[in-house]
Structure formats: structure tokens, C-alpha cells
Design a protein around this ligand. Structure first.
Ligand code: SAM
Length: 257
């Protein structure tokens, strides 16, 4: 799959909602004082800052493929070892105590191979902690695919439609339980209360919609976005008080090695 180009400003517009699952995941990592911590897919470093605050004595590495996101991360904290690399192939020099990944691994395919590989990067008594969105069957995401297939842009954008990247919780249980000492897998649906005009479209524009818009130019890009926004506005109408509720399912995994 072609790498997505990230826009930190668009992504961070909804940073409160995007950070909350990372906080929830972090609370469930039962390590008091890990020496080596890695944030896989660290983006702008927002979540890395939480890891630094929780474990101030740890050596923290942030890994991300996007130079734009890392530029912001580097400016935020010179005390982190920031690395530009593909998390599908990157490996630390020695196994680490916490391998943390918030909202990143759904960008990678073949979880059957990826997750066992990640476990090999975790030291004995360490933990792999992962959060991934699992909203791909909801109108926020299916509307992208419908618009992609229906318009004159079909030939260009249809190849960007991927099979659902994240599997149900039981899939990860079956994959990981035989390989680890203890495993915690759960899902939460966050009822995100958003404000503004068509905020669900705006939220998705910072992530899953972006590769589709990036594949188109000028008028076509605008027409694609308009068609998407129209569908999403119908699927997520504002409440009487003007708030738009955007239910968003997320999957969490904490594996103790
Ligand atoms: C949705 S952002 C999450 C950023 C951060 N973890 C957070 O929670 O705010 C996803 C990040 O994953 C990175 N990413 C996606 N695929 C990647 C890959 N194969 N290797 C490294 N980074 C990747 C993107 O560059 C982006 O910064």
C-alpha cells in the first residue's frame, strides 16, 4: 500500500478524542518502571509525551514513517530518540520493556505476521500495548468506499480500498494467547460528542479519507469530498442542541510477555 502523507494540523484538530483511548490503554499497562519504552507510530509525539510523563526515567524511542509528523514530534521533546522508519520492519537494538502503539497498526496489513513479530521485540516481563480503531463498517468509513466506487474517479481510487485491516477481538486472542504470559483484549465504543458543521467528515479527513483525497486533484478532489460530506452529514445529523454524536469503536490489546 502507498504510504499516506500526514497533515499534523488536520489530525490534531480532534486531539482530545484521539488521545483519550491512548490514556485508557496506558492505564492498563502494568509496568512500574520500564527501562526501555517505544512508541510505534508516534506521529506528532502527543502520546509519546504521555509515556514520558508516566515513566520519566525510561529511555523512550518514537518511531514513525512520516517526516512531517516527526518534525513536529522532534520540536516537542528533544529528550526522545525519534526515528523515521517503517514499523513493519523496524526493530530496536535489543528487546524493550514496553512496546506501545496507539492508532497506527491498522495502517499495516497482515496482522497474522505483524503481531507475532512485534512480540519478539518485547523483553521477558515486558508488554505489548496496542489500540486500533475498528470503525471500518460504519457510515463514517463505508461512505468513502461508496463514493470511491460510484464516481468517475473509480479507476484511480478503488485500489486504495483495503480489506478491513483490524479483525475482531477473538482473532487477536487466538493469535496471541498461546504466545504470551497474560493477555487482555477489549473493545470500547466512544460516543464522541463533536461540534461544528459536519464534524464527522472533518474528523475522518485527518485519517482514513486522506489517501483518497490525495489521489485526486483540483475539481475532482473537491467533488469527491463534497459527495463524501453529503453522505456523512445524512448519516450523522446534529442533535437538537447542535452536538453531533459520532460512535467510534476501538480495540485494545495488552499482552504480557
Ligand atoms: C493516526 S496517527 C497516530 C499517531 C499517534 N500514535 C497518536 O496516537 O496520536 C498514525 C501514525 O502512524 C504512522 N504510520 C502509519 N503507517 C506506518 C508505518 N508503516 N510505519 C511507521 N509509521 C506509520 C503515520 O505516519 C502516523 O503518524
Amino acid at each position: 500500500m502507498q504510504a499516506t502523507s500526514w497533515d499534523p494540523a488536520q489530525y490534531l484538530r480532534w486531539s482530545d478524542h484521539r488521545l483519550r483511548p491512548a490514556v485508557d490503554l496506558l492505564q492498563r499497562v502494568p509496568l512500574a518502571s520500564p527501562a526501555r519504552v517505544v512508541d510505534l507510530g508516534c506521529g506528532t509525539g502527543n502520546v509519546t509525551a504521555l509515556l514520558r510523563a508516566r515513566w520519566p526515567h525510561a529511555r523512550v524511542t518514537g518511531v514513525d514513517a512520516s517526516g512531517t509528523m516527526l518534525e513536529r514530534a522532534r520540536a516537542s521533546d528533544p529528550g526522545v530518540d525519534w526515528r523515521q522508519a517503517d514499523v513493519g520492519t523496524w526493530a530496536p537494538p535489543a528487546p524493550v520493556d514496553v512496546l506501545f502503539s496507539n492508532a497506527t497498526l491498522h495502517w499495516l496489513d497482515d496482522h497474522a505476521a505483524l503481531f507475532p513479530r512485534l512480540l519478539t521485540l518485547v523483553a521477558p516481563d515486558g508488554a505489548l500495548a496496542v489500540q486500533m480503531p475498528r470503525n471500518f463498517g460504519e457510515p463514517s468509513h463505508t461512505s468513502i468506499y461508496e463514493v470511491a466506487r460510484e464516481g468517475r474517479w473509480r479507476a484511480r481510487v478503488e485500489p486504495l480500498i483495503r480489506p478491513e485491516p483490524c479483525k475482531p477481538p477473538e482473532y487477536y486472542w487466538d493469535l496471541l494467547a498461546p504466545r504470551v504470559r497474560a493477555l487482555d483484549v477489549w473493545e470500547s465504543v466512544y460516543t464522541q460528542a463533536l461540534t461544528g458543521d459536519n464534524p464527522v467528515a472533518d474528523f475522518v479527513k485527518g485519517s482514513w479519507l486522506k489517501p483518497f483525497l490525495d489521489a485526486l486533484d483540483g475539481a475532482e478532489r473537491a467533488a469527491f469530498e463534497h459527495a463524501y460530506r453529503t453522505r456523512v452529514a445524512r448519516a450523522y445529523p446534529p442533535r437538537a442542541d447542535g452536538t453531533t454524536l459520532f460512535p467510534f469503536r476501538r480495540l485494545f490489546i495488552v499482552a504480557r510477555c
